[in-house]
Ligand binder design. Structure first.
Ligand code: COA
Length: 206
């Protein structure tokens, strides 16, 4: 293995820490988070990453979100607030409409603060360039195809594509395979290393 893997790992870790620091106190992370170049993270209340999450380049997360363990977020993915602006205020041009936030004194009647968050389960893949709107829950193990726009909940292990995203297939054949997949993950050991995939620990349970 190249000795250069050490300084590269240090630089990658520094970039992740710097990006987290810039994002402010509402953003938190489990262990082994990787943030690639030019990620923009911001949450009015809470953005939480689980363990071992990979976030690609040019990813924009600009809303409350809960991201599970071992989630793979491809380049140019965006998680955004469905109702960032109170566009139903009569007589106010769009540019001047108030920004909606859960801490607003008077929440617009149309907005349920409970749904003002994106929830992404463990073991999910968000494909290149997909957009996920708040209010959406993406079930464990699901896959969002490249370029999809996700405006409704996605069932665990569903594969969805298009705009609006609709199921196109299932990740695994049946419930038995899913149970076995989850059992092996539960009993296994999975650790990422910023030195590269040659240094990862990937040991599914027997
Ligand atoms: C979704 C994906 C995983 C393929 O899943 P799959 O279950 O093997 O799907 P298939 O390739 O069999 O395609 C099933 C149908 O969905 C369509 N489809 C596949 N990907 C699609 C997409 N991104 N957008 C719209 N439709 C798509 C196919 O054309 C096909 O349509 P048809 O039945 O009319 O022929 C893959 O297309 C994809 O988007 N991968 C993400 C790639 C990526 O983001 N890479 C970044 C690196 S991290």
């Amino acid at each position: 293995m190249s000795l250069m893997s050490y300084p590269k790992a240090v630089l990658r870790r520094l970039r992740t820490r710097w990006t987290l620091w810039r994002a402010g106190p509402t953003v938190s992370a489990g262990r082994d988070l990787h943030l690639s170049a030019r990620c923009r993270l911001w949450a009015p209340e809470r953005l939480a990453f689980g363990n071992g999450v990979y976030v690609g380049k040019d990813v924009h997360i600009e809303c409350n979100a809960e991201i599970g363990d071992h989630v793979l977020i491809a380049n140019r993915v965006a998680l955004v607030g469905r109702q960032d602006h109170d566009f139903r205020v009569c007589g106010v041009p769009m540019r001047f409409t108030p920004q909606i936030s859960p801490t607003m004194a008077a929440m617009p009647a149309s907005l349920d603060p409970e749904t003002n968050v994106v929830r992404v389960g463990d073991d999910v893949w968000l494909g290149f360039g997909c957009i996920v709107l708040t209010g959406v829950k993406i079930g464990r193990g699901a896959i969002i195809a490249a370029g999809a726009v996700v405006a409704a909940d996605v069932a665990p292990y569903d594969i969805v594509a298009g705009n609006p995203a609709r199921p196109i297939s299932r990740r695994f054949e049946n419930a038995e395979v899913i149970a076995e997949h989850e059992r092996r993950i539960r009993l296994g050991e999975f650790r990422l290393s910023e030195r590269g995939d040659g240094h990862w620990i990937v040991r599914p349970g027997a």
